[in-house]
Design a protein around this ligand. Structure first.
Ligand code: NAD
Length: 387
């Protein structure tokens, strides 16, 4: 196999502005199908493909699954069914490259895992921040022992994203609370239907890669809903989760979309260990920082770590999110060509989703501590066997 024929499902901005252009640019891909329930979006997507006349358009997902000219589904839907839709494609014999979050319930995490195990098809979660340059640098500091035993890891995604909170169901146009007085039939998008804490893949994925770890316990707390900052948004302004990992690190993870935040610099991370600490930038003018206990350092020092990798190939430049969007597509392509799973496999993918889902469940239940399952096969579960 030297070409993957892709059906792109979900034709919102993520597909139109990033996935379709990238699939055209990276060798080894050809778009053969496009699908969205909102038919008005089909033309915008077709016009971005290289050979529109050869592309099938569908409004029903089942038609993509039945199309023999589709080897792999690119899932760019924003839906609470995301894990379920991925599992159905795997069951139908399609490889799947899916946008984040991997799933919105523990049940769908299991569906996804079992579908990969039973079908043998390739599944990759398109979580790209784990490929950032500083993530590799911090991972080296942890694995070499320079930070000692890491006791605290922090990650937060504070993105004031009100402009994508409502959608016109006919045109697909996205709008914020200001726009809905003239569009009474506008519907809340994913961003309101999902507890903000569900959107932790860009925090948990790099953090767990740096620590080479997984979350075992979680407890969450939330401010009230609707938003105080934007009362038309049916979502809490702030949700915070505390997690414990298998190796004993405590994680503080937080997410917020409805309340104002300075533009840019949406993500923030910190690691504190017995041997030192590293910290991401606090503002757009700030620099990442390091402090090591055994390096004669009287204060934290600035380091020019960036999202962009120093070893990025030319074709990665400008692909999105500090060049990182390129890497998930290359990883997925190479895994499909080799007939294997990617190194960021389905178990690591659900490790980024289940703690977030359970954090929301903890919040709803009055902040009870919940256990996070290990989805890997083991003594009590063979591959393909339901738990
Ligand atoms: N990795 C990243 O950095 C990043 C950035 C932005 C968005 N995303 C992810 O990308 C995805 C899409 O984001 P978006 O902003 O384009 O969302 P969006 O809501 O604007 O678009 C999603 C589209 O999917 C369609 N859709 C939903 N369910 C469908 C179904 N069952 N069958 C056919 N069509 C269906 C909707 O009609 C909609 O047009 C989300 O999963 C989001 O979490 C990831």
């Amino acid at each position: 196999m030297d070409e993957i024929r892709v059906g792109v499902v979900g034709l919102g901005p993520r597909a139109l502005l990033t996935w379709i252009p990238l699939l055209a640019r990276i060798p080894g891909y050809r778009i053969t199908a496009l699908c969205d329930r909102i038919e008005a979006l089909h033309q915008a997507a077709l016009s971005r493909t290289e050979d529109p006349a050869s592309v099938h358009t569908y409004s029903d997902y089942d038609d993509v699954l039945q199309d023999p000219s589709v080897d792999a589904v690119a899932l760019t839907v924003r839906s609470r069914d995301q894990g379920l839709l991925a599992a159905r494609a795997l069951d139908a014999g399609k490889h799947v490259h899916a946008e984040v979050p991997a799933a919105h319930s523990v049940e769908d995490c299991w569906r996804l895992v079992l579908a990969v195990e039973r079908s043998g098809m390739t599944y990759q979660l398109a979580e790209q921040t784990r490929y950032w340059g500083f993530v590799d640098a911090w991972r080296d500091l942890v694995s070499s022992g320079r930070l000692g035993r890491v006791t605290l890891g922090e990650g937060q995604y504070f993105h004031h994203y009100t402009e994508g909170m409502f959608q016109d169901p006919r045109s697909g146009e996205l709008m914020g609370p200001d726009g809905i007085s003239e569009r009474p039939d506008a519907l809340p998008t994913w961003a309101q239907q999902m507890p903000p804490i569900h959107y932790l893949p860009h925090e948990l994925s790099p953090m767990l890669r740096i620590l080479d770890d997984r979350v075992t316990e979680v407890v969450g707390m939330s401010t009230e809903s609707p938003s105080v900052a934007n009362p038309l948004i049916a979502q809490s302004d702030m949700q915070v989760a505390l997690m414990r990992t298998r190796k004993g690190t405590i994680l503080r993870m937080a997410a917020s979309f409805a309340q104002p935040h300075p533009p840019g610099n949406w993500h923030w991370y910190q690691l504190i260990g017995t041997g030192g600490r590293v910290e991401w930038t606090r503002s757009n003018r700030d620099r990442p920082k390091v402090w090591l206990t055994d390096a004669q350092m009287h204060d934290l020092a600035d380091v020019d770590w960036r999202y962009e990798r120093t070893d990025a190939p030319a074709e990665a430049h400008g692909s999105g999110h500090g060049d990182a969007d390129y890497y998930t597509h290359v990883s997925f392509r190479d895994a499909v060509f080799a007939g294997r799973q990617p190194s960021f496999d389905v178990y690591q993918a659900v490790d980024t989703a289940a703690p977030a889902v359970l954090a929301a469940r903890s919040m709803a239940a009055g902040s009870v501590l919940l256990e996070v399952p290990d989805f890997r096969p083991g003594p009590t579960r063979t591959p393909g066997q339901a738990p």
